[in-house]
Design a protein around this ligand. Sequence first.
Ligand code: ADP
Ligand code: MG
Length: 347
Amino acid sequence: DQVANQIAAGEVVERPASVVKELLENSLDAGATRIRIEVEAGGRKLIRIVDNGHGMGRDDALLCFERHATSKLRSSDDLLKIATLGFRGEALPSIASVSRLSLQTRAADDEVGTAIEIAGGKMLSVEDAGLPPGTTIAVRDLFFNTPARRKFLRSEQTELGHVAALVTNYALAHPNKHFELHTSTQTLISAPAVTDAGERLYQLFGGETYRHMIPVAAEMDYARSGLPEPPPWKREADYEAPPAGFLRLSGFISKPELQKLNRNSIYVFVNGRLIRDRLMLHALSEAYRNIIPPTSFPVVLLFLEMPPEEVDVNVHPAKTEVRFRQTAFLHDFVRDTVRTGLMRARP
Ligand code: ADP
Ligand code: MG
């Protein structure tokens, strides 16, 4: 019902950037390789996302506005994966309950697509529509029916900044996909698919930054780590033993001469998801200690890959916190890898 949806919206939808996050994740889950985002007035007036993913047939298009109507949990085996999926079928109904939403979608195999209009959670129309395969969702007048929430939005510029930062995060995590972000007057991000993170870094941050970056890579396995293997109960049933090199770290770190005034250029991805984690920030500040001043920050793009069992993504999907099983080990692994990279690049 509407009340439940609006309450859920309080959890999922804080600001335009959180809408963009949910829609972007859905597009990626739908296998899209091309994602175009348009915003007006920092997303308060309009957020439109166009993807070339697998789209939805009529039934799914209607169902996706029902709470908990996720198509992504088909068995209890999937429960393990919940953490990586964000909310379970709450995003679309929540967003639709606090905006005027239009959905246009067509599954590749269908002859005709579906167009649905919803305002404040009320379905206004459902029609056949000639559409290309894929999905377009437009979210207009966010929080038009919840003035108290609307009051909490910041300036257009601030909200746009959050949206741009978010799209940047996803573009960094998925170099092989084409991302675009437009306002009514500007193209903020235009990033055609490239083959690796280095090229994406160049594309998004420019040659000047790229020139000051050092590539790093390291991997670790249980045998060398001296860590205990996962407890037996974890190894039974569906637990797959971690392969050799179960922990992989790769990415780019900045040379000492490139310094920033804040942490906004520190990107750490765990299994493809951006995290903001104090442990990682601490490991990085230790690595850069006495190399850059304590008031400066490096540019960092790190990708950590580890078995899902090694990391707990916070139950609140709007947050980007994680809990690692081997905290101290991971901290030192990151610190030492970054240190080694810095030392090796010394003139
Ligand atoms: P969840 O992502 O947790 O399943 P959502 O409310 O975000 O929940 O989406 C509900 C459902 O709508 C999804 O499970 C998916 O089937 C469908 N869906 C949403 N967005 C898209 C999209 N861009 N392309 C194809 N299907 C989509
Ligand atoms: Mg979703």
